[in-house]
Design a protein around this ligand. Structure first.
Ligand SMILES: C[S@@+](CC[C@H](N)C(=O)[O-])C[C@H]1O[C@@H](n2cnc3c(N)ncnc32)[C@H](O)[C@@H]1O
Length: 374
């Protein structure tokens, strides 16, 4: 097999040449490396930095559970040498590549060649990064088995067609929730994944709280903290499990109860922890990154939308529904809503959508006011 050496942030990686694709034949090769995921690895570095800063690094043990080329675990170790880093992969070929990459970067890490579902029954970790092909559902039970009483995790899902409601039967079968194609279906999919994690964690008496959940190109990433406490788990489920209700006037709302036309169950609490986003902003230049421009751009939008815990609206669909001839520019509607005293923002989930705590009548008013055709 032909290999090449690439660089991501502060890490050098030797990977099979064909494995640098995320679609097609290279995508399931041992040592699979996906350059598209560099952004998600950058974000995870900040998440780990935040955790170590807030909860301390003494004896901190982390696991890259499905390590592939080792890019995640090795970046964690290179950036935070004080942590004990374990990397695991079921493929012995991947494990060979991980060991070579550790040597290439002169990093001392512990490498396992096990089924994660078995490893998680043998050892406990403070932090687990779970980065599977497709859906994480086959590993989430093991995830909570493998965490200490207070733990953290970052989870990837790439089965976005299911989560975002294109395959309604699949999302129901896999995640136990209803989703369908609608203007809010992307964020709904992310919230369905958080709800699923909550239920999986609940089996082991863990309460889960998301610090950042986002969708980016073909994947979803959720960053959580978990604590073993049945009381806390009950409290969180009672407060934050609910539904999205669709009303005839085009408005949507989060509700604890399902009625009328709805999707869910899903997480209805915040998905952006502003304290973590502030940390990221403050330390943006403190850690080596690969996608600094994108990080800056996303941070700004996450920060704005993070202040609003409500469904978002597609301005074109609303304009069609309310017979507004020419759709106004989104930024103008945002400004008008802010002038009216509401919170309003664009959302990273969809460039055609607006997130606001304004009632639908005022969103329509702000749209009409800014329509070039009034
Ligand atoms: C998407 S790739 C990981 C990519 C890697 N995180 C990276 O950033 O380079 C998923 C990996 O999970 C491994 N895998 C699949 N099932 C597994 C299991 N049950 N236990 C451990 N590893 C597994 C595969 O061999 C593959 O290398």
């Amino acid at each position: 097999m032909e290999y090449e050496i690439i660089t991501e942030a502060n890490l050098s990686l030797k990977i099979p040449k064909i494995a640098k694709t995320f679609r097609g034949p290279g995508s399931k090769l041992p040592g699979f490396y996906n350059p598209e995921m560099a952004f998600s690895r950058d974000v995870a570095i900040f998440f780990l930095g935040y955790i170590l800063n807030k909860w301390g690094s003494s004896g901190f043990k982390l696991l890259d559970a499905l390590a592939g080329s080792g890019s995640r675990g090795l970046r964690y170790k290179k950036t935070f040498p004080e942590t004990e880093v374990h990397l695991n992969d079921i493929s012995s070929k991947a494990v060979e590549i991980i060991k070579e990459n550790a040597k290439l970067n002169k990093l001392e890490v512990i490498v396992h060649n096990k089924d994660f579902n078995i490893l998680a029954s043998e050892k406990k970790f403070d932090y687990i990064d779970l980065d599977p092909y497709g859906s994480p559902v086959h590993f989430t039970d093991a995830l909570f088995r493998g965490l200490k009483a207070r733990g953290f995790a970052a989870i990837t899902a790439t089965d976005t067609a299911a989560l975002f409601g294109t395959y309604k039967r699949v999302v129901l079968r896999r995640y136990g929730s209803i989703n369908f194609r609608n203007m809010f279906s992307k964020e709904a999919g992310v919230r369905i994944l958080i709800h699923f994690l909550l239920r999986e964690a609940g089996k082991w008496d863990y309460a889960v709280f998301p610090h950042l959940a986002y969708a980016n190109s073909h994947h979803v990433r959720v960053h959580i903290s978990a604590i073993r406490s049945a009381t806390k788990a009950d409290e969180i489920i009672k407060k934050y499990v609910g539904y999205v209700i669709f009303h005839e006037d085009g408005s949507m709302e989060f509700s604890r109860k399902a009625y009328g036309t709805y999707l869910g169950p899903l997480w209805i609490g915040p998905i952006f922890d502003l304290e973590f986003l502030d940390f990221m902003k403050k330390h943006l230049r403190s850690y080596p990154t690969h996608t600094i421009r994108k990080l800056e751009k996303m941070l700004e939008i996450w920060h704005n939308e993070g202040k609003i815990n409500a469904p978002y609206y597609n301005i074109h669909e609303l304009a069609k529904m309310y017979n507004i001839k020419q759709t106004p520019k989104i930024n103008k509607i945002v400004d008008t809503l802010r002038d009216m005293g509401y919170e309003a923002s664009r959302t990273h989930f969809d460039p055609l959508c607006i997130k606001t705590n304004a009632p639908i009548k005022d969103i329509i008013y702000a749209s009409r006011e800014n329509s070039p055709c009034i």
